[in-house]
Design a binder for this molecule. Structure first.
Ligand SMILES: Nc1ncnc2c1ncn2[C@@H]1O[C@H](COP(=O)(O)OP(=O)(O)OP(=O)(O)O)[C@@H](O)[C@H]1O
Length: 281
């Protein structure tokens, strides 16, 4: 599955190889497996969405991919480097190559919009002068469709959609090789959600970034992804079943062989109400 290329011919060409390689990954907390025996390769330039019901382990998986959670078993390699074997300094170098778009935008409330977007440059590129910082901040704000006259405002003075776009501008300002989006459209109206989807696509058109999108929003998963991965809660699977219920293109989702995948993408509860009642008892 790792060689699926982008579904859009206008995008920047993909470099060869995989950016991320997950081998036999298991993660457990307090004696309970959340992720079990997962293998995955993410090709450079690919946009992968991770879907699945609440609690199935999407966030834990995403954090494991970027070294924020350590595997209990197995390994995660970023550009051939095993994250668990790196020193803190080496891990910090890898993180410079990753942009994060957090669910709540995670802006610094006490800083202006300008300083928020400039923050990664000032932290990581000490020899860059203020004129260049200013040019790059303005360019990135305009790329996400924000007027440059908001730069002196504080995050609290902006709408949720504007804050998300500031978060996106900040995540992209170092031109990361990997961008991780955590629920990028949650809490936004349908139009603003689609603005964010378009910005994810625009970013990929501009340069061959690799993207991982954790989302509940099927419209986002269908629109922005080359590839969709659906996880299922480990505790509800039979022992020999794979936790990855689906791994393929968005267009194949509707016709997935597994009933649980079809129910999820169509938003059908199926037997879940009865199952939840028996889980609780
Ligand atoms: N640090 C931790 N310690 C213990 N348990 C954890 C930890 N992090 C996550 N979990 C558990 O792992 C499970 C999966 O959590 P995760 O946040 O990955 O789910 P999710 O699929 O992202 O859910 P949602 O869609 O609701 O955000 C949950 O049962 C959660 O309580």
């Amino acid at each position: 599955m790792s060689d699926i290329s982008s579904n859009d011919e206008s995008v920047a060409p993909i470099r060869n190889g995989n950016l991320i390689e997950v081998d036999d990954l298991s993660v457990g907390f307090d004696g309970q497996w959340i992720l079990r025996d997962i293998d995955l390769k993410i090709a450079k330039g690919q946009t992968l969405s991770i879907i699945g019901e609440s609690g199935c382990g999407k966030t834990v998986f995403m954090k494991t991919l970027i070294g924020l959670v350590k595997p209990t078993q197995g390994s995660v390699k970023f550009d051939h480097q095993d994250l668990a074997k790196l020193t803190d300094a080496q891990l910090a170098m890898i993180r410079r190559r990753i942009g994060f778009v957090f669910q709540n935008a995670a802006l610094f409330d006490s800083m202006s919009i300008f300083d928020n977007v400039a923050f990664p440059i000032r932290q990581n590129e000490h020899d860059v002068g203020e004129d260049e910082v200013c040019d790059r901040v303005m360019q990135h704000l305009s790329e996400v469709g924000l007027p440059t006259d908001i730069t002196r405002r504080r995050p609290a003075e902006l709408s949720g959609g504007m804050r998300k776009r500031v978060g996106l501008a900040r995540a992209l300002i170092l031109k990361p090789e990997l961008v991780v989006y955590d629920e990028p459209t949650t809490g936004l109206d349908p139009i603003m959600s689609d603005v964010i989807n378009e910005l994810i696509l625009d970013t990929r058109r501009r340069y061959p970034v690799t993207s991982v999108v954790v989302t509940h929003d099927m419209h986002t998963a269908r629109k922005v992804s080359d590839r969709v991965l659906m996880l299922f809660p480990r505790r509800r699977l039979d022992i020999h079943e794979s936790q990855v219920l689906f791994d393929g293109s968005p267009s194949d989702l509707e016709h997935a062989e597994d009933r649980r995948v079809r129910q999820f993408v169509r938003g059908e509860a199926g037997d879940r109400i009865r199952e939840m009642a028996s889980e609780a008892s």
